[in-house]
Design a protein around this ligand. Sequence first.
Ligand code: GDP
Ligand code: IMO
Ligand code: MG
Length: 438
Amino acid sequence: MPVVAVVGAQWGDEGKGKVVDLYARHADVVARWSGGANAGHTLVVGDERIVLHLLPSGALHPQATIVLGQGMVIDPDALLAEIDALDARGGFRLDRLVVSERAHVVLPHHVALDRLRERGTSALGTTRRGIGPAYEDRVGRRGVRMGDLLRPERLAARIDAAIAWWRPMLEAAGEPLPDRDAVLERCASWAKRLGPYVGDASHLLAEAIAADRRVLLEGAQGTMLDVDAGSYPYVTSASVGAAGIPTGLGIAPLRPDRIVGVCKAYTTRVGAGPMPTELDEPLGSRLREAGGEYGATTGRPRRCGWLDVPVLRRAVRVNGLDAFAVTKLDVLTGLDPLRLCVAYEWDGQRLEEPPFDDLDRVRPVYETLPGWHEPLGACRRLDELPAAARRYLERIGELVGRPVTLVGVGAERDDVLGTTDPFTSANRASTRRSGDAL
Ligand code: GDP
Ligand code: IMO
Ligand code: MG
């Protein structure tokens, strides 16, 4: 049975949560491999809107084991708040939750440092959830892992080392130092509540794969926020692309049988950094309001622009994407004509992908396509879409060289058309080669 991965193909917020929730109906295991509570993955179930920051978006499917992988950085308070909210709602099987013992803990000083830096002139527009400093402590070999919470005799020394490292920076900024006893007390209460779920996720996943279980892997953020592949330094601090899967889950490098890239039918970005297709007013606001483009984690307005194909080409190449899920096609209703950025011009050259640097200096090359005026919310089949919407999707498929196998036409979990069981289609080898259209 195949392993299927879902990866963000833009700057995050592509609608990964919705796609994973849909696919998770068919999964035995759903695992996240990167990021932390900087993510905000929205599920809309009837009138209910649920935003998950740490729990994988398969959490509402009681048959699935839910895994938080070792590549994640976990704020235990945020995780407990999420667990409590889902518990109160019902339908969430806490006994199916596994948190990797190797995932790092986001501690109070990480959040303090993130906020401190964001006050300075080199602010990146982070989510201020302590993500960057937590990953820095991980590679700096002074981090605290979830499994450490259960070993109090070693924990105090680790916390002391981390505080000692950051002390000069905090003091220079006039910030209070974390109170180590208070931190240890919080760690003890986290251990008590989360201890039962902390375990060896690496083995669990290896066994699930060996036993031919249906394993669904959920990416957070998006390729352009990947610390290596993205628009550095305006990125997050993790390997959020498919290349982060083995290290983020503690499994041998594997080629998932299917890697689905999720993109919106246009582009958005929150935080600072270049965005070549960003729209001027009033069109930018029009798209923002039509799409409800406000951050699921921070509530910040998202910057909006035309679909950027060079960004998608980067995502195809570095993630090895097999297919695309295109979300929010319905939001483009009434925008006529539509523009598609098919390449960039930079320094007298035509670029098919973002350059090493200088993304702020490229000029988008646009193609113009006719728009449509009909609402799409009720469409459930490709042939029910207006011809111009079909042509728009077709053109995206041509330009990225991959089939579009799922299309979002509304926020609700069933507002889609296309292939909703990725495991079945991954089994049909021919679809991988020739590309199955919807
Ligand atoms: P994620 O971080 O990739 O999971 O995406 P977010 O949840 O941050 O943002 C995506 C937003 O778009 C959420 O508010 C979703 O409810 C919404 N959404 C997802 N797919 C569609 C769609 O096809 N149409 C519309 N109108 N909204 C969608
Ligand atoms: P999901 O999983 C969109 C952005 C922040 C900022 C940069 C660094 O919901 O798609 P960080 O707090 O990670 O240090 O911030 O990355 N960012 C996201 N943007 N969606 C996300 O997650 C994001 N996670 C981080 O806005 O620009
Ligand atoms: Mg999001």
